[in-house]
Design a protein around this ligand. Structure first.
Ligand code: SF4
Length: 236
């Protein structure tokens, strides 16, 4: 059930062209390339989520990076943020390898699905509210197909985006809306079952270079996710 629905959503994402500004940008970046990747063929399309269709843990970021996932075609792959994320997942025994390099590198996630609120790389990492809202439909579909018991939101944009998607899916949300913080945790009514939302600072270079997010802090997020998942009776 999960795999069929996710495959369908992924197909829809890959062929999506609903946001003209983002289509133009992702394709221009793919044509111009960064000098270090001049010999590569960029993906240059919207990037579908990646991982286990039967995941208990969903990880949500902001959007693909111009020379990261927009180049490789896999979420959080090809940039420093991805190195942080897959490194942490490997240390938590949730990934078959510590690095995600390319769509065909054989990396396997068990019980984990990685996606983002917006599926196309935006200029300056800033999608417009209209683009964000347009793309929320795919996050709604992913949540319905996977029905995770734990969700980790990487940054405030992802936290708010998840709450928006759940609201769109008809879930009852606490009022006022819970605020994002590192290791903030709330219980939510998901589309098919309840889920625990955990906040984490995004592993962006800005956060990791400045020490706002350390690897110990990031590991604590996934240790907490595992503890919550086990508490929910999930096979983790
Ligand atoms: S951001 Fe989302 S809705 Fe907009 S073109 Fe990309 S995949 Fe489609």
């Amino acid at each position: 059930m999960g795999s069929r629905s996710i495959a369908k959503t992924s197909e829809q994402v890959e062929s999506c062209g609903k946001c003209p500004r983002l289509v133009k940008w992702r394709e221009a970046v793919a044509a111009e390339k960064r000098a270090a990747f001049a010999g590569e063929t960029y993906w240059g399309k919207a990037v579908p989520g990646f991982g286990d269709p039967d995941a208990w843990l969903m990880i949500i970021g902001l959007a693909p990076a111009a020379h990261g996932a927009n180049r490789t075609g896999r979420m959080f792959t090809g940039d420093r943020s991805g190195e942080w994320l897959y490194g942490a997942l490997y240390r938590a025994d949730l990934s078959s390898a510590p690095r995600s390099v390319a769509r065909d590198d054989g990396l396997d996630l068990t019980g984990v699905y990685v996606t983002s609120v917006v599926k196309c790389a935006p200029p300056a990492n800033k999608p417009t509210p209209a683009e964000r809202d347009e793309c929320t439909r795919y996050l709604v579909d992913e949540l319905a197909a996977i029905s995770p018991s734990v969700v980790v939101a990487l940054g405030k944009f992802a936290w708010d985006g998840l709450l928006r998607a759940l609201s769109q899916a008809g879930s009852d949300l606490p009022s006022p809306r819970p605020r994002f913080a590192h290791l903030a945790e709330i219980e939510l009514a998901g589309p098919r079952r309840g889920a625990t939302l955990i906040g984490s600072f995004h592993p962006s270079q800005q956060n990791t270079f400045t020490g706002k997010l350390t690897s110990e802090m990031f590991d604590a997020v996934f240790a907490r996710a595992l503890a919550v998942g086990r508490g929910a009776g999930t096979q983790v």
